[in-house]
Write a protein that binds this ligand. Structure first.
Ligand code: FRU
Length: 502
């Protein structure tokens, strides 16, 4: 039964619906990015319930409408037919039951055979611990809906402490991701913390998606990559089993895993009949600054599309304090495997939003260069860089964007180290947190291919055909829309730029 703590408020779905409908009118369309989903009002974190339902894509999200900071979690909701232009639907869930009053945490969605849409999410409750402090307890819950309105299951929770394997934590038990196997069995991966204090992914199965049974530990961190593994997603891609998950408390390992909260992908062999997943390799998903809690959906034509929360828990102080929304989703990315590595590219539908093509071929960058028509904060840019003099390979090249007299951000490449860098130190940021990130890409002969997606407050860099991706948000003033090229040495460039439009 619910224990009420000092200062705790009651939340109601009807109040949240009225609040967001009223307050969203205070946010002008030009105060948002055009193709990246932002919260209707207030705060957004993880993508939830990214799925197809009755011919449309649904994307729910961790949502606190009442401020631009994290607070008791609701589920925001939006729908789209092309995964790029989103229409907000009313908030789907509020933390209004005894089993979820401290938050409706992350989860997933699926269409049931009877036509209903099922949401599976983590309910958070609070309790007094032995030492008198207050702690969370997490359970898994269901809600049923028609694509707009949702009703929580009267027998919630459907998974609780009694369904945990020996030693697993009641505090860190969250983010159920549901899917249906080729055998018709529903499966669900849930993030968990075993006795060793690190992370693991638990597998549950069900005949009807309502009654669930613990099956096994699907994957174990064993204190290798961060601690708790949040937000699991599991699927088969190009014949391999893929576990996407978001570790907390990572230590940097070379340029592969940076410190903090990160996005990883574990690749292995999956035997569905035995539900056996044997890890072969693991890698970072995004090598930039802002990408977390990624989730995927299978499109009608069979593409696996991934979206992530385009922020970073460690750097949430990097923001525009005057903005009435905080948090946004990445561009949806089609993913595949090539030579055992995860490949990503912006969803094909993005090309339909390109206008006003401008191309330059074989331009020389030797110092600082600006090109007519190459500017803007809403752009899809393809760049090929190479050494203009093969005998004297250039030392470095930088593409600066969101630039004015005071500020800029950049993507830089140093061939002799094969290092690609993303940098927002001069974007106007006032916080001393990670503002720069690096990864290996390109070739030491000076060749590198990049695709850059700019949408007002973010850049996503796809390098080497999507083998390396770096994502970063920045909150530079809107009139900073210059783009320039700066080199140390002689660089040859082919560039094509499009304006992105809704
Ligand atoms: C990941 C996460 C989830 C949790 C949610 C709470 O970003 O911590 O594990 O369900 O955010 O908002």
């Amino acid at each position: 039964m619910r224990v009420k703590f000092d200062g705790e408020k009651d939340y109601e779905l009807s109040a949240a619906k009225a609040y967001e409908a009223d307050k969203e009118t205070e946010i002008a369309p030009q105060d948002r990015p055009i193709l990246h989903l932002t919260p209707r009002v207030g705060w957004m974190n993880d993508p939830n319930g990214f799925s197809r339902y009755q011919g449309e894509y649904h994307l729910f999200y961790q949502y606190h409408p009442y401020s631009t900071n994290w607070g008791p979690m609701h589920w925001g909701h939006a729908v789209s037919s092309d995964l790029l232009t989103w229409e907000h639907r009313p908030v789907a869930m509020a933390p209004d039951e005894d089993y979820d009053y401290a938050g409706c945490f992350s989860g997933s969605a699926i269409e049931l055979d009877d036509g209903r849409q099922l949401l599976m999410y983590t309910g958070v409750q609070r309790e007094y611990k032995e030492d008198g402090s207050i702690g969370d307890v997490q359970v898994q819950c269901l809600a049923f809906g028609d694509g707009t309105d949702y009703v929580k299951y009267e027998k919630n929770p459907v998974l609780s402490a009694k369904d945990l394997p020996q030693g697993a934590s009641r505090v860190d038990f969250r983010d159920p991701k549901i899917w249906r196997g080729s055998d018709g069995i529903y499966r669900c991966a849930v993030g968990s913390r075993p006795e060793d204090g690190s992370g693991q992914t638990l597998l549950y199965t069900s005949e009807d998606a309502i009654h669930w049974t613990y099956k096994k530990v699907l994957a174990l961190n064993g204190n290798r990559i961060g601690k708790m593994w949040e937000c699991p997603d599991f699927f088969v891609l190009d014949g391999k089993g893929i576990l996407m998950t978001s570790p907390q408390d990572m230590e940097a390992v070379g340029l592969e895993y940076r410190a903090g909260n990160g996005s990883i992908c574990v690749i292995g062999n999956y035997d569905e009949a035995m539900d056996e997943f044997v890890e072969e390799s693991n890698q970072a998903v995004d090598y930039g600054i802002d990408f977390y809690a990624h989730q995927t959906v299978l499109t009608e034509d069979g593409r696996r599309v991934m979206i992530g929360w385009m922020q970073n828990w460690d750097t949430c102080g990097v923001r525009n304090p005057n903005q009435k929304w905080y948090g946004q989703m990445s561009i949806p990315r089609e993913i595949s495997l090539k030579n055992g590595r995860l490949m990503q590219e912006p969803i094909a539908e993005l090309k339909q939003h390109r206008r006003d093509k401008i191309s330059y071929e074989n331009v020389l960058i030797d110092g600082t260069l600006r090109l007519d028509g190459i500017e803007g904060r809403y752009a899809d840019i393809e760049v090929e860089l190479s050494a203009a003099d093969a005998e004297h390979i250039y030392h470095s090249v930088e593409l600066r964007f969101a630039e004015n007299e005071r500020h800029y951000s950049s993507v830089g490449f140093k061939p002799y180290e094969k290092i690609l860098t993303i940098d927002r130190r001069y974007s106007g940021v006032c916080r001393s947190v990670m503002n720069r990130s690096e990864c290996y890409a390109g070739s030491e002969d000076g060749t590198i291919r990049l695709r850059l997606i700019l949408d007002r407050n973010s850049i996503e860099v796809f390098a080497d055909g999507g083998e390396k991706v770096m994502t970063m948000t920045f909150y530079t003033e809107e009139d900073a829309k210059g783009i320039s090229f700066v080199s140390d040495g002689k660089v040859n460039m082919n560039i094509t730029k499009y304006v992105l439009e809704k």
